[in-house]
Design a protein around this ligand. Sequence first.
Ligand code: NAP
Ligand code: MG
Length: 494
Amino acid sequence: MARTSKKQTALKFRGEWEYAPAPESKDHIRLEKKYGLFINGKFSEPRSGKYFDSVNPADETLLASVAEAGAEDVDLAVTAARSAYEKTWSKMPARERGKYIYRIARLMQERARELAIIESMDGGKPIRESRDIDIPLAAAHFFYYAGWADKLEYAVPGRTAGPLGVAGQIIPWNFPLLMAAWKIAPALAAGNTVVIKPAETTPLTALKLAEIIRDADLPSGVVNIITGAGSTGSALVNHPGIQKVAFTGSTEVGKMIQKTLAGTDKKYTLELGGKAANIIFEDAAIDQAVEGIINGIFFNQGHVCCAGSRLFVQEPVAAKVIRKLKDRMETLLVGDPLDKNTDVGAINSKAQLDKIHKYLKIGVNEGGEMYQTSCKLPSRGFWCRPTLFTDVSQSSRIVQEEIFGPVLSVQTFRTVEEAIEKANNIPYGLSGGVWTDKGSKIFRVTSQIRAGVIWANTYNKFDPVSPFGGYKESGMGREGGLHGLLPYIQTYSN
Ligand code: NAP
Ligand code: MG
């Protein structure tokens, strides 16, 4: 059957076998019209007097007005965290600290459905993902690090471990609650207190987490959640009262933060951008690989630092893989994030959609062959069709730069060496994937790719016990597991 007629068949099939809508109910969701800053255990109006809007990117409706912390507010939050550190948290028996962290995890589980729905409303990701991945993993991180609280001596055998003080933490919009969990849980387990700033477009689950922290009776000031934009983040990084900065976001901002911190005694970890290579060898289980590639790039609209945005296919199977990818892309359901059938939700913001469109133009202008699925997009909100580029070169900007959208570029290779060389020829090194039937090839390729995480015959698998982080411009330091605990402790000789 000719290629175009396959696509028509897929469309016809879709028309005849349309899934009935299965929207998640949001009747029970309670959002305040206006949210203050969570400082010293309670919500309060910002001294700055300023607020900004958080909208639903799927329909551009206003969800809530949120306080914008100014320098004075940041100072209040850091002062509250310092006082809680000195008076309560660092003095509390470690077992008691652990109990509080467990309690937060349990309360998150109790409110999991509500958190998942708010995550999808505020950020645009499909409910299937927020329900099955973001929220359970966020709770799992709190459970995992709660277990470490009274075992710090085992983290650094032969030495005594202690906290650093106040941690200033800044997170992005792609996994809002999960990133908050990655940051807060290890900091608390090690005995630090926290001031955290969520991203401007997705502050709502962090504010719900503030309610949970309050309900868990965590001593006031141990966790402070301050909303705002880049200037709030910058004021936090520059505040002299913090001892540690943990940042997840773009390489551009990460580099600025690193410059700011040079010469200070603040410790820092940076989790930055990525441009992962997925490599399919001719001996791979092709259908399984295609499913993994689709998951790797279209999952969460490609708003994933470890998204498999570059695909390298061994030449003999390239035509087959590309045809299968296009067929599978055509069946992806793009639309309402709250619909349980949805595969690809809304792009997080207008600014991010503009950035993706800019790259699509660059890709075409550079001579790439662009393929987009034919799905109908909703009339309101921010949407992008799943997109695939062929005929791209190693130097193409869409191959070298992080797009952070549902855009996959495909290149071919002949030998294992060529695949490794092409995969490594990039400033980033966060993650990667290899698809092959041969265990020996897996070991050879994974040991030579300069990336923090490499999946074999699967993709995007996470667990609180596994460390995660980048090589090269993808950052420094690790989060998750024992590795994620160490940046929050200092050690003394016994
Ligand atoms: P971003 O623009 O760098 O923002 C990240 C956070 O930093 C946001 O809270 C942002 O606030 C804040 N910020 C902006 N300017 C700042 C400044 N000058 N000083 C201090 N803080 C500042 O990144 P993004 O667009 O939100 O997120 C996407 C990026 O995150 C991608 O590059 C992705 O690869 C990366 N990421 C990495 C990982 C990882 O583990 N390596 C995980 C997830 C995402 P506002 O949003 O309010 O402006
Ligand atoms: Mg929003």
